[in-house]
Design a protein around this ligand. Structure first.
Ligand code: PMP
Length: 360
């Protein structure tokens, strides 16, 4: 069938959208494909959800998300002027791209990284250049010391899980006083160290974090950024030129509660780290190789079995992991760390699949 082109189509902004991991309808799936937390959010959130005062929903929410902002300022030791809150870190990052990447020079990021960066760059028509990771899948700091219109690096990187020391990040930040450097710390709570301590010293640094992984609230959509007050003011100018009421009332309330319950947060993160380290040992025994992840996932390649086959076989058995049929990474599976029980089922199924093919 020939699809006729409409007259107005010439004026349409065409973009190839970001493709998120599959969200299966069935609850019977072991879902290890989108780096969500396998444990529930802090128990106080359940109580808050049950007590939600629906009448309050008549009113617009606080444009500054004050309650949540105060909780975050208290936890991270920053002022309200150093903090920006958005609807997940995707929202924060998209606004930061719009606010800070406004040059004819290319924005730099790794060639293997979060696949939303080039989508935003295309959407906002920002020139960009992908810098190749080295043979060990590490970033080369020298690559980020060339002329550029901005830099964005996740630390730990995704999907590799590799963490770069804060000292390396500081060298990159210090070499670029004329550009904003965004450090995307979506996974930093699982064993990395935050660049937050550098924001007082470097006015070009924006640190971005999320409630979606370590705080088990992907469904609530809360992200935030911390940086110099001037950076934050520019970011708010973009946000308030777009939509003032991005943060909804329940997210503000529940987010503040999550930050208050430090003990639960630390306990959840420790459980995931513990499981991750055990799974690393087991995967090695089965012939997998992977960069040493400091995130809540492992990016693993098998010495004999093709990643695509493993991905498809696991899916048939109701276990979802992530696989990209893309150059350089098509032999890897990105496996989110689930509960110990979920991971045991994964290992058992991998063993069976490998044994069937005489790879074990
Ligand atoms: N940055 C990285 C590196 C990610 O992997 C993700 C999760 N897809 C995000 C940002 C966005 O997370 P969220 O919008 O849920 O905060």
């Amino acid at each position: 069938m020939v699809v006729q082109k409409m007259k107005w189509e010439e004026n349409v902004r065409r973009v190839a959208p970001y493709v998120p991991g599959e969200q299966p309808k069935s609850k019977n799936v072991i879902k290890l494909n989108t780096n969500e937390c396998p444990y529930p959010p802090a128990p106080g959130i359940q109580r808050l959800a049950e007590q939600l005062d629906c009448d309050s929903l008549r009113l617009y929410p606080d444009t500054e998300a004050g309650k949540l902002a105060d909780a975050l300022c208290g936890y991270y030791g920053v002022s309200r002027e150093q903090l920006f809150i958005g609807v997940g870190s995707d929202d924060v990052l998209a606004m930061a791209f719009q606010a800070f990447f406004n040059s004819d020079k290319p924005v730099l990021f790794p060639d293997v990284t979060y696949s939303f960066y080039d989508v935003w760059a295309e959407l906002f028509r920002i020139p960009y250049e992908r810098k190749a990771l080295d043979a060990d899948l590490r970033i080369r700091k020298e690559d980020y010391m060339e002329e550029n219109g901005g830099i964005v690096i996740p630390n730990p990187n995704a999907p590799t899980g590799l963490f770069e020391p804060v000292e390396t990040m500081e060298e990159i930040i210090a070499a670029n006083p004329g550009s904003v450097v965004i450090v995307d710390e979506a996974y930093v709570d699982f064993g990395g160290e935050s660049c937050l301590k550098l924001v007082e010293k470097h006015d070009n640094l924006l640190v971005v974090q999320t409630f979606s992984k370590s705080r088990a609230m992907a469904g609530m959509r809360i992200g935030f950024a911390m940086g110099n007050p001037k950076l934050i003011a520019y970011l708010k100018d973009v946000k308030f030129s777009f939509n003032s009421y991005t943060m909804n009332m329940p997210s503000i309330e529940c987010g503040a509660e999550a930050v208050r319950d430090t003990e639960y947060f630390k306990d959840t993160v420790n459980k995931i780290i513990h499981t991750r380290e055990r799974i690393k040992r087991e995967l090695v025994q089965m012939g997998f190789r992977f960069p040493d992840s400091k995130a809540n996932f492992i990016f693993a390649a098998h010495e004999k079995a093709a990643a695509k086959t493993l991905f498809e076989e696991l899916k048939k058995r109701g276990i979802f992991v992530r696989f990209w049929d893309k150059p350089r990474i098509s032999n890897y599976l990105r496996i989110t760390i689930g509960t110990d029980k979920q991971m045991d089922i994964l290992l058992q199924n991998l063993k069976e699949i490998l044994a069937e093919r005489k790879f074990l």
